[in-house]
Ligand binder design. Sequence first.
Ligand code: GLC
Length: 557
Amino acid sequence: MQEPWWKRSTIYQIYPKSFNDTTGSGMGDLQGVIEKLDYIKELGVDMVWLTPIYRSPQRDNGYDISDYYDIEPAYGTMEDVERLVQELHNRDMKLMMDIVINHTSTDHEWFQQAKTSKDNPYRDYYIWRDSSDGDAPNNWVSKFGGTAWALEEHTDQYYLHLFDKTQADLNWENNEVRNKLYEMMNFWAEKGLDGFRLDVINLVSKVQSFPHDESAADGQFGKAYYTDGPRIHEFMKEMNQAVFAPHNLITVGEMSSTSLAACQQYTSPDVNELDMTFNFQHLKVDYEKGKKWTDGKLDFIKLKQILSDWQIGMHQAGGWNALFWCNHDQPRIVSRFGDDDLYRRESAKMLATVMHMMQGTPYIYQGEEIGMTDPKFSSIEDYNDVETQNAYTELKELGLAESAVMQIIQRRSRDNARTPMQWSAAKNAGFSEGEPWLSVASNYKKINAEKEVKDKDSIFYHYQKLIRLRKEYAIITHGDYEPLCMDNERIFSYERRWNGEKLLVVANFFGESTEFTYPKKETEEAEILLSNYQDSAPDYSKIQLRPYEAVIYLIKL
Ligand code: GLC
């Protein structure tokens, strides 16, 4: 069988709202994406993932869709989407659209109908329950804080919302709902796009008795009853047959709080569900007791353990990982696990190296390739995100001081990733002529794409080289994975083996020098494929690693 093209590819994620504004509205748009396609092509990626651009009240920036068949006017028109597909294909790149089918906006026509009466034909498109003793039907909580149930007063029943109360969960038990969704996805597939990113897709199958949750140590009550739920694999297979297979689409599922076993099953090639999955376990290693809105410290050993377990587990099952540090829901990785000040360049390159040499398909989130940082806004007024706003209120209610609350917000807010793309040192970082919907980070004169592209030693070109290595060296795609020095508190190291070759990655994860000793007896001669310092040592048996130094060795066995 021919190897699927996406196993050697890298995907670039665009959050259109913050990418490039061509109208002066303060919000990015589709024309703005088209304008920057040559820049993206220069990086060397094969595909662009666009977060939702459908009609939406924007309560959750487009993850609350009110019309699947229409484009949010601020972004442009259907013709713009068609042009974007064309312009990408002209440059030999592909388009992946984001699709949100766990829930719709409560502004969606289906919900507007459904809420009018219990016997409305659309009522059963959503999940309605009676109150329990004058309270919500059960104790499940929303991922954005508070109860997961909202009372619809007119019909005196509650509807389920695992996210904001304007994002009502669809009832996937209803065949008509699933068929309507597949029909809509086929409409998009026929526009010529090449793949889908499926938003929180592992939450669509709920345990139908909707039990009270006694367990959830992290306070996420309900999670056990809707994550990778009872009919999830059946639904994925059905959707694959109805939508993905006929159009030969590439698919990545966003998997909330999932397990390795579940992802092995979603992505094993013979089961025909999904091509690959995002999981977030490696991005919870700085949460205190599993809770996001805390000021926890990075558990480095745990980070290595989790990434290794997934590398080994997915390899064994023949499954496939989506590899990533960043997206629109995560803080900037260079601020989070690197050093966004003195060693910004070295640490950004090190983090990229560690991730991109693993097995899977890497995703780069806009601005990551130029080392953009968290903006560290000082006031809650500067944050827009609904989840952040809720967290602020909850933390204040817990009695935390303003400064302590803001410290947590600065580290955790999803807006860290959503500040406008820093294109140049011009007004608003060259993002917009108008008033940006979210402030630009103040360091844009120092950190911007124009500068990066001019400097041959920049983070941008390091990413470009990593993308190229994946295409040149089959071992990156096919090799197995063996973690090295797992107890070492400073070094991230692993090796990959395939077809008479070995790829060794050695990275100092911190800002102080440290010594690496190759833990095995054999040492063959090595070629350095890439390093973030000019003069890394060719002999890997013992290396004095400088701050954030990361080296990739290729060894012929
Ligand atoms: C996903 C999206 C996130 C959104 C949520 C609800 O996690 O990435 O941005 O808020 O789903 O749709």
